[in-house]
Write a protein that binds this ligand. Structure first.
Ligand SMILES: [Zn+2]
Ligand SMILES: [Zn+2]
Length: 222
């Protein structure tokens, strides 16, 4: 199955027979946080979203070449301000360098923010937001990537529950992690829903079963 091999790539688990993580969507993992909502996460995202959606014509640094020498171009219609870099001559908006550059239904996007910390199904979120479940899944991945960009410590990204996948590592088999792909932020999921980094020495230990919280990079590679 395709998902299995991708998860194995992501976690770098040695392919001991029977020790392969099984992808799943475990909504009970975070029972402590169930439907608590997370106003802080929503407010954090809303503030960052307002910055990206700003109509201010002050040019940010060019996301293509990094030069701080761009000028504003006249936006057409109600589009976001566009900028053109004098150095590499490419055009960009404030969204260009983010994982949100190609958003579907931009007008409805921010409505997902209050739902992100909830352990609800994609189908339920899709019903509430009146978009397809596939769009919700997409938004969740994009937001998690964006959160890791805004806060590389991963503290905010860890609060997201909606659309997050977990991989089960069965108990009782010696498990050793191989080096993971660059940028992989897969973590161990704790019983209370908190995620913690994978052990530095790569030893997962024998107790288990263990849950891996699949990072957005590995999730979108599936
Ligand atoms: Zn440039
Ligand atoms: Zn990963």
């Amino acid at each position: 199955m395709r998902q299995h091999s991708a998860l194995r790539t992501c976690t770098g688990l040695a392919s001991t027979a029977g020790a392969q993580p099984r992808p799943t969507s475990l909504m009970h993992v975070s029972s402590g946080n169930r439907n608590r909502g997370d106003a802080e996460l929503a407010a954090y995202l809303e503030a960052a979203w307002q910055v990206l959606r700003s109509e201010a014509a002050i040019a940010p640094a060019c996301p293509h070449c990094g030069a701080d020498d761009a000028h504003a171009c006249a936006p057409s219609g109600d589009e976001l301000p566009q900028f053109r870099c004098r150095h590499c001559r490419r055009r960009f908006t404030r969204l260009s360098a983010t994982p949100l550059a190609r958003l579907r239904h931009v007008d409805r996007f921010a409505q997902i923010f209050p739902l992100l910390a909830r352990s609800m199904s994609l189908a339920e979120a899709a019903r509430q937001l009146e978009v397809k479940a596939e769009t919700v899944a997409h938004w969740s991945t994009q937001i998690r990537q964006w959160l890791l960009m805004l806060d590389p410590s991963g503290q905010w990204e860890r609060r997201v529950q909606l659309g997050v996948h977990y991989a089960v590592v069965p108990a009782g088999t010696p498990r050793r992690l191989e080096p993971r792909p660059a940028g992989c932020r897969c973590m161990l999921a704790g019983a209370g829903g908190e995620a913690r980094p994978l052990p530095q020495d790569g030893e997962l230990g024998l107790e288990g079963p263990l849950l891996l919280r699949v990072c957005p990079q590995c999730d979108s590679a599936r």
